[in-house]
Design a protein around this ligand. Structure first.
Ligand code: ARG
Length: 427
């Protein structure tokens, strides 16, 4: 059907491997060459990971890659993935800002583009068979480029960390040896995720050593710090009145909120492969930007839109998490989200202090909050007398239903019918 099957017997000739520079993807280079007899070109994508990518290019070649490609896609990541997520206040299960999940479709796109440009016939990634990332990579590649074969060495080989180290030693691979860290870390502009070791026990509080972007209570600044975020149609553009590039803005907030210990997330998460896992994240900028964005929306969007949008936001987050970035539904929801943002412009001030961020001020030229309507002082234009007639009709349907049910069950012995409270005179 799709070319992949018919070529299965032949094996791939040239594989583009998504390369982070870590142990798994370094071991994957010789493993693919030996197992498939294929050439390997590595692709390293800069999505704003703070850990150094420095010598990843040389190391890929030293470890046997035919060539190594590096692309800086930080701006595209922010503009095409993070900001659509922000407009949707995207939080999986209400807490996780989808930092890893949002990066995957961008890396998929880069893999596919690189494979096409170099005439490769396969792509590879270092995801395990237990996680969401394999789903996002495979679904994405099969959608954008059904002709490409997908190789997932870590899912195929039967090696643990010790086996991999031995494999690497036998072949003299150049590995960046992090001294025995039991943790698996994934980083980009939108956050940092840490898994493994003691964190696998949901009863164990995360040890301080797993955190890198957020300060320990002992190092929190003594006093509060305020920062004002300026939004234009749902997109953050300024901090304290200064225009910043999307990447600079996000990085600055990671630092400023992170210092106060903001953005730590400890979550028992439901993966798409059907398992629950304890996940630990540090997402300072994402946390405070979503908070500020929501605060602005609450000022400028009408009640029914806010309520409906919350449902769309949740679905959008689920689609991103589940690996369906490239889907008609996700695109349609993005169009909906965009259409809600025309008036989401203005400024929100957050106060960071002792591990928390609070909204203390919000303003917008499109504010729906009218002082003349809401004030209890002089000058109110709200027609309070009209409230009486409004309330009479507003409660009519349920008043009638309540009366009929009392007639049907006069003693109210049915548990579902609440005992009548004190009866008020009709208006
Ligand atoms: N559980 C998160 C997600 O599925 C984070 C995954 C981290 N990925 C990794 N390769 N370390 O989005």
């Amino acid at each position: 059907m799709n070319g992949t099957m018919s070529e299965e017997g032949k094996g791939p000739r040239h594989v583009i491997l998504a390369y982070s520079g870590g142990l798994d993807t370094s071991v994957a280079i010789p493993w693919i060459k030996e197992k498939y007899g294929a050439e390997v070109t590595t692709l390293t994508v800069d999505v704003g990971q703070e850990g150094e990518l420095g010598d990843a290019l040389e190391r890929a070649r030293a470890n046997g890659a035919r060539d190594s490609v590096f692309v800086d896609l930080k701006e595209a990541f922010a503009e095409e993935f993070l900001f659509p997520g922000l407009k949707a206040n995207a939080l999986y299960q209400g807490v996780y800002p989808l930092s890893t999940s949002l990066a995957r479709p961008l890396i998929v796109r880069a893999l596919v583009e690189t494979a096409r440009r170099l005439g490769a016939d396969a792509v590879a990634h270092g995801c395990t068979g237990k996680g969401n990332d394999q789903v996002r990579f495979d679904v994405g590649v099969k959608t954008l480029a059904p002709e490409l074969r997908i190789i997932a060495p870590v899912r195929e080989w039967d090696m643990n960390r010790t086996d991999e180290m031995a494999f690497a030693r036998e072949r003299g691979l150049h590995i960046h040896q992090k001294p025995e860290s039991p943790y698996s870390v994934d980083e980009n502009l939108w956050g940092r995720s840490v898994e493994g070791g003691i964190l696998e026990d949901p009863a164990a509080p995360p040890p301080e050593e797993v955190f890198d972007w957020t300060g320990h209570p002992d190092t929190w600044p003594a006093g509060p710090e305020e920062v004002t975020v300026g939004f234009q149609e749902g997109v953050p553009e300024t901090l304290d009145g200064h225009m910043l590039s999307p990447v600079e803005l996000i990085r600055t907030l990671n630092r400023r909120a992170g210092r106060h210990g903001i953005g730590r997330i400890d979550h028992v998460e439901d993966r798409v492969v059907g398992i629950k896992s304890r996940e630990t994240y540090e997402c300072p900028a994402a946390t405070v930007l979503i908070q500020a964005h929501q605060a602005l929306e609450s000022l400028v969007l009408p009640r029914d839109l806010l309520s409906f949008k919350a449902g769309v936001d949740r679905r959008f987050a689920e689609l991103v998490y589940e690996g369906f970035w490239y889907s008609p539904l996700r695109s349609a929801l993005e169009a909906f989200e965009d259409s809600t943002q025309a008036t989401v412009s203005g400024e929100v001030t957050l106060r960071f202090f002792q591990g928390t961020s609070k909204v203390v001020s919000r303003k917008s030229p499109y504010s729906l909050l009218s002082r003349e309507l809401v004030t209890y002082d002089r000058g109110s234009t709200f027609p309070q007398r009209a409230a009486e007639g409004f309330i009479h009709l507003y409660g009519l349907a349920n008043r009638t239903a309540y009366a009929r049910r009392k007639e049907a069950h006069p003693l109210g012995e049915e548990g579902e019918i609440p005992a009548p409270g004190p009866v008020l005179p009709p208006p």
